[in-house]
Design a protein around this ligand. Structure first.
Ligand code: HEC
Length: 131
């Protein structure tokens, strides 16, 4: 239930009214449930489907491997799956907004979000601390 806790945590940070919070909670619970089901079939992540969406929509800004191709866009390689899904859900809901990013999130289904999150989180990265 870690994802659920993360989602609920974001509510207290961004709450701006009871109705908005209620909508956010309902959506968070749905997405949380969809992701938590995991092995249930419906919410099973499909990285190949995620790759197709990335190639068609996300690649131009975030790169196929999640190394961003434009300065404004963040690198997504190896990012936590639940974090990516939570941000995409927030963009889709209008809770987080960006003129470049928001249009790409609006058409994503819950399954698309699970799939693209799986794709980018599965990119292997290595890091090196500064000397
Ligand atoms: C036209 C460029 C563009 C496209 C296409 C695009 N993005 Fe983005 N994306 C951005 C920018 C710019 C940001 C940073 C927004 C901000 O500053 O809040 C962002 C932010 C994000 C974040 C939040 C990352 C974080 O660290 O919080 C995720 C996740 C993300 N994009 C995923 C996607 C996915 C998945 C797609 C394809 C379905 C996509 N983006 C398509 C430009 C784009």
């Amino acid at each position: 239930m870690a994802l659920r806790n993360l989602l609920l945590g974001s509510v207290s940070e961004t709450i701006q009214g009871k109705i908005r919070a209620a909508a956010l909670l309902a959506g968070a619970a749905l997405l949380g449930a969809a992701l938590v089901v995991g092995t249930g079939g419906l919410a099973q992540a499909d990285p190949a489907a995620g790759q197709r969406i990335v190639e068609q929509v996300c690649q131009q800004c975030h790169g196929l491997d999640g190394i961003a191709l434009i300065d404004e866009a963040p690198n997504l390689s190896g990012q936590k799956r639940s974090y990516l899904a939570r941000q995409l859900w927030a963009f889709r809901a209008g809770e987080r907004q960006d003129p470049k990013m928001s249009p790409s999130a609006i058409g994503l289904s819950d399954q698309d979000i699970i799939d693209v999150s799986e794709w980018y989180s599965s990119v292997h990265i290595t890091v090196e601390a500064p000397q």
